[in-house]
Design a protein around this ligand. Structure first.
Ligand SMILES: [Ca+2]
Length: 327
């Protein structure tokens, strides 16, 4: 009769020689701790009231190495100083976090003039510098228009060879789905603030992970939930809740008691890379009205169709509460 030990030994020998299920690098234990994920957050922080949550989540996550926070413009419709407004909001959040080491940088102050002309700015230089600084992967989380990333690419085309990944919150629906307003108001906001930049980035050959409007609208949290989860979490938690309610009261045309934290999936996709359902598509080219046309041959875009929002928001709330107990 074969003993249990002999059976296990036979299984181990079979596994070593099997072509069906051979051991891989994933089956080896870590010899050193894996490095943190290098990211740059590129954010139109003063545009609405959701970027703030994503910025804070990134900075409170121990496995993220935030190499900088870049201020983005958000067009001219609500402010003529939108990039500077975003920079002030970033500085406010860093102060609330007591963070004196993370670098903040000014990005492009407006959209790029055309698809060949970059806007020279500190944010674009930061992306280039970090991309060449080391060989570990770098992701730029773009929570607004793509003006600064496009400028970096136009200033330094070799970025494409550096393995940079762009995670972009923006762009309208695919496959004939209706947009936010039932398909009538047309162009998605972040895309509308720089169509040329979106075309530069999507035709560059960089890996682009896109979270379109149809996905980022599915991130709503209500006032009561926010108050319950982080309303008592110190000055930072109180500020995050208050600024959302104030923004809604100022700008929303109908009665409201919630907001989609639509920028947060960009952080979630780094924290939990397997937490999304993603479809690889031929990269489109955006027409002047934001509609999709045929893009550059061979370029693809990875479109996030759903994300694990339960994990995303519970993780963020827990980190904000934990910060409040140590601040
Ligand atoms: Ca944003």
């Amino acid at each position: 009769m074969t003993s249990h030990r002999e059976a296990l030994d036979a299984l181990a020998r079979a596994r070593q020689t099997s072509s069906l299920n051979p051991p891989t690098a994933q089956d080896q234990p870590n010899e050193v701790p894996p490095p943190r994920h290098r990211v740059i957050v590129d954010t139109d922080a003063a545009n609405e009231c959701d970027d703030q949550f994503a910025i804070v989540h990134a900075l409170l996550s121990p496995t993220l190495d935030v190499r900088g926070v870049v201020a983005a413009h958000f067009g001219l419709r609500r402010s003529t100083t939108s990039m500077a407004d975003s920079r002030a909001e970033i500085d406010r959040l860093l102060a609330l976090l007591g963070d004196t080491t993370t670098r903040a940088a000014d990005g492009a102050a407006t959209w790029i003039p055309d698809e060949r002309t970059p806007i020279e700015c500190e944010g674009a230089r930061l992306i280039i510098e970090e991309s060449f600084a080391e060989d570990s992967p770098l992701s730029v989380l773009v929570l607004g228009p793509l003006s600064t990333v496009a400028s970096a690419l136009l200033l330094e085309p070799r970025l494409v060879e550096r393995g940079l990944t762009v995670i972009w919150i923006g762009g309208g629906p695919y496959d004939g789905l209706l947009g936010r307003t039932g398909g009538e108001a047309g162009i998605e906001f972040n895309l509308s603030n720089d169509i040329a930049a979106a075309n530069v980035v999507l035709s560059s050959g960089l890996r682009v992970i896109q979270v379109p409007e149809t996905t980022y609208r599915m991130c709503s949290v209500g006032y009561h939930e926010l108050e319950e989860k982080i309303g008592g979490a110190g000055e930072l938690g109180a500020y995050l809740v208050r600024q959302m309610i104030e923004w809604n009261a100022r700008w929303n045309r109908s009665a409201i008691e919630r907001r989609s934290l639509g920028d947060s999936p960009a952080v979630g996709l780094v924290l939990n890379g397997s937490g999304g359902v993603i479809r690889r598509r031929p990269a489109p080219r955006f027409a002047a009205d934001g509609s999709l046309t045929e893009g550059a041959a061979g370029c693809t875009v990875d479109v996030v169709e759903t994300f694990d929002m339960r994990y995303l928001f519970e993780d963020m709330f827990a980190k904000i509460r934990a910060f409040a107990t140590t601040a």
